[in-house]
Ligand binder design. Structure first.
Ligand SMILES: *Cc1c(COP(=O)(O)O)cnc(C)c1O
Length: 367
C-alpha cells in the first residue's frame, strides 16, 4: 500500500550534490556532511551513506544520541558532535567513537574521565566563538586553559578546531563580519599543534568564500539542494512531499471552506480535499498564500489548513480524480514548489520547512 502522505528522498541527488560541493572547494579540503536533525528531515543514515558515496570524509550531528543512531545503522565514518559535550552525553560519545566538541577545561575533564572509565582513547575538536555568541572559547586565555587541561589528559586527543559563522549569508556587513570571524579564528588557532583539522565554512561560506575552506568544510543545507546564497552549482532539492486527494466536491458560489469561515467562494468552485495538514508538519501559516500542484497545475489552498487535511481549488483543472497526488514540495509537469516557496508563505526558512515534515509522513528512499 502506498502511504497517504509521503516524502520521497532522492539519494542520488544527495550524492551528486556532495560531489558538486566537493568540486567547489580546494581539493585539499575535506568534506563534512552535516546530517543532524535526522539529515535535515531526509533520514540521517541514508543521507550519510549517500554523502559518503559522493565523497564526504566526515559526518556531523548535533548530539551523541544522533551519533549513536548512525553507528547503530552501521556507519563507521568519523562523526563529529557539533554541540558542546555534556555530562549526560559524554560516555555515549566515547563509547560510540564520536568526536566530541569541547570549549572549556571542564569539558576536557569530562571526556578524560569518561574515556578512562571506558578504557578508551577519545578525540575532541576545540570550538572557538569568533562572533556567533553560542558556544566556544572566546579568547587566548580560555583557549590556553583548555590546552593546559588537554596536556594533563592521557585519554583525550585534540584532532580539530572549528568556529561557526553567524552571517555568511548576510549582506555586505555580513560579509565584512564573516571575514573578521575568519581572521580571528586564524589568530586564535595559530598556536595549535600541526595536523589539527581546522574548519569554519558552512554552506553559505562554501559558496561565497571557498578560499576560507581551510582543512575541511561543513555542508548542511546545500547538500539537500537548498543553497542559502546564490551559486552557479546546479544543486538539486532532494525531497519530494506528496499526499493524496481523498475527496472532490463542487461548491456553489458563497460556500465557506474550513475553520473560522475565512474563505468564502465568490463563484462556484471545485474543491479537492488533501490528506495532509499541520499534524503532518505542513505550516498552517502557509495556507494563506500557498498552493499545491495537482496534475501539473497550481491549485490554491483555500480556507485554513486543518490538522490532517486541507482543501485546494481545482476549478480550472478538469482531469483530477480522487486518489490523485497533490505535490506539496516537488515537481509536477512544468511546475515546481520548493521548500523556499513554502518557507516564504509560512514566514520562515527552508531549513525549518524541511525539518518540520512530520514523523507521520512516510519516507521512501530512491536511488
Ligand atoms: C548546522 C551547522 C552547520 C551546517 O550549516 P548549513 O547552513 O546547513 O550548511 C555547520 N556547522 C555547524 C556548527 C552547524 O551547527
Amino acid at each position: 500500500m502506498i502511504p497517504r502522505n509521503r516524502r520521497v528522498i532522492d539519494l542520488s541527488a544527495i550524492e551528486e550534490n556532495m560531489r558538486m560541493l566537493r568540486s567547489a572547494v580546494p581539493s585539499h579540503a575535506r568534506m563534512m556532511a552535516v546530517v543532524k536533525a535526522d539529515g535535515y528531515g531526509h533520514g540521517a543514515a541514508e543521507t550519510a551513506q549517500a554523502a559518503i558515496r559522493g565523497g564526504a570524509d566526515m559526518l556531523a550531528v548535533a548530539s551523541a544520541g544522533e551519533g549513536r543512531q548512525l553507528r547503530e545503522q552501521g556507519i563507521e565514518a568519523p562523526v563529529l558532535v557539533l554541540g558542546a559535550v555534556t555530562e549526560s552525553d559524554v560516555s555515549e560519545g566515547v563509547r560510540y567513537d564520536l568526536i566530541q566538541t569541547v570549549c572549556s577545561a571542564d569539558m576536557v575533564r569530562l571526556c578524560e574521565n569518561a574515556a578512562k572509565e571506558l578504557q578508551k582513547q577519545t578525540e575532541v575538536h576545540l570550538k572557538f566563538d569568533t562572533g556567533m555568541g553560542r558556544i566556544g572559547v572566546r579568547n587566548e586565555a580560555e583557549r590556553d586553559a583548555v590546552l593546559r587541561e588537554l596536556g594533563n589528559c592521557g585519554n583525550v586527543r585534540l584532532t580539530g578546531a572549528f568556529t561557526h559563522f553567524s552571517d555568511a549569508d548576510g549582506d555586505e556587513e555580513g560579509i565584512r563580519y564573516t571575514k573578521e570571524q575568519y581572521l580571528r579564528f586564524q589568530e586564535l588557532t595559530a598556536p595549535l599543534p600541526e595536523g589539527i583539522i581546522r574548519h569554519c565554512c558552512n554552506s553559505a561560506a562554501i559558496h561565497r568564500f571557498p578560499d576560507m575552506s581551510m582543512d575541511m568544510v561543513r555542508a548542511g543545507i546545500s547538500l539537500y539542494g537548498y543553497p542559502p546564497v546564490t551559486t552557479e552549482l546546479p544543486l538539486k532539492p532532494c525531497m519530494t512531499w506528496t499526499a493524496d486527494i481523498s475527496y472532490i466536491k463542487d461548491l456553489p458560489a458563497g460556500s465557506y471552506v474550513s475553520y473560522g469561515r475565512t474563505y468564502r467562494s465568490g463563484k462556484a468552485v471545485r474543491a479537492a480535499t488533501i490528506t495532509c495538514g499541520y499534524g503532518d508538519g505542513y505550516f498552517r501559516a502557509a495556507g494563506r498564500e500557498g498552493y499545491v500542484l495537482i496534475g501539473g497545475k497550481r491549485a490554491k489552498i483555500i480556507g485554513r489548513v486543518c490538522m490532517d487535511q486541507m482543501m485546494a481549488d481545482i476549478t480550472d483543472n478538469e482531469n483530477v480524480s480522487v486518489g490523485d497526488e497533490a505535490v506539496l514540495i516537488g515537481r509536477s509537469g512544468e511546475e515546481q514548489i520548493t521548500a523556499e516557496d513554502l518557507a516564504a508563505w509560512a514566514g520562515t526558512i527552508s531549513y525549518e520547512i524541511l525539518l518540520s515534515v512530520g514523523s507521520r509522513v512516510d519516507r521512501i528512499f530512491q536511488s
